[in-house]
Write a protein that binds this ligand. Sequence first.
Ligand code: M6R
Length: 364
Amino acid sequence: EKAGHKHFMAKEIAEQPIVLADALQAYSTPDGKGIELPNGTLDFTKCDRITMVACGTANLACQVAKYWFEQLAGLPVDVDIASEFRYRKPVISDKSYALFVSQSGETADTLAALRYAKDRAAMILSVVNVPESSIARESDLALPIMAGIEVGVASTKAFTCQLLALAALALQAGHQRGHLDDAAMAAHMADLNLLPGVLNQSLAQEKAIKRVAHKISTAQDVLFLGRGAMYPLALEGALKLKEISYIHAEGYASGELKHGPIALIDKSVPVVVLAPTDDLFDKTVSNMQEVMARGGKVVLISDAKGVREAGDGVWETVVMPQISPFLAPILYAVPAQLLAYHTAVAKGTDVDQPRNLAKSVTVE
Ligand code: M6R
């Protein structure tokens, strides 16, 4: 049932091009040039804010989506951790849509947060992998992510499929609200249609990532850096690594480095920099140079152009395929997952059933 893989996690990472292609088809118009939701319709001109709530990796998908909704649709977005949201008495206007993201659809805190929002928000939406789950049943519209069953405790394909569904929603919102004209929409759809193939190419970097993983498997601490929508990806890379390899890892927004974390840098701390070439690339590179100037060992994950422009001095590089900046968070999830996976394998930990963790957290 692991289809020739050593672990479910490896199988689920490898499946991503296929499940994403299926999900993309489900969220596209038949001609592939527009967005059409698989099981209902939404009107984003009727809301003035989106409140997103989730836990763990699903929360990090929401944090990426915040960048998308703001940039593509001009919609303000709040992102909350469900366990905080449910007890904070958050103010929810009746013109806001509340959106809950959960792989299992049974996470206790996320479900409680949904119930809190129920009579307050204009609409309760969810993005779930299990269509018959409690969160799906209690939503006005439950959008499926179509990742198929995810067995590994570390979420992989569910994360990228959550991102795909959220990207589709952000594009639809942008189009409906007049932020994206037909041409811009067509360009984004063309990029989206390339995604499964590009993801497949990124899996070919597994050997390079394995080499890096062996080197970081002896580290005590690892930092992940990213800017813009790559910042939540840095958080996800760190979460994945600590979850299955038990190495202490933290993700930071690159620009926050000099406000504290740079004090941690020395030659024993690998720093993984997630930096596709985009508008913020030069800024990330200068943060990277600050790390190297203090003896930090940089693992640069970028495209060929980025690796070239970053120059000498990096400890290790992983070369990713070129991708539109909008979709980079989906693509860069793959090396983050593979890095955690191979580090855990090198350390001999229980990859699919890491200690102290459950696949579905149904108690608070
Ligand atoms: O089923 P959910 O998506 O609601 O679960 C949320 C988190 O418990 C989950 O993403 C957790 O953080 C994963 N183990 C991360 O890999």
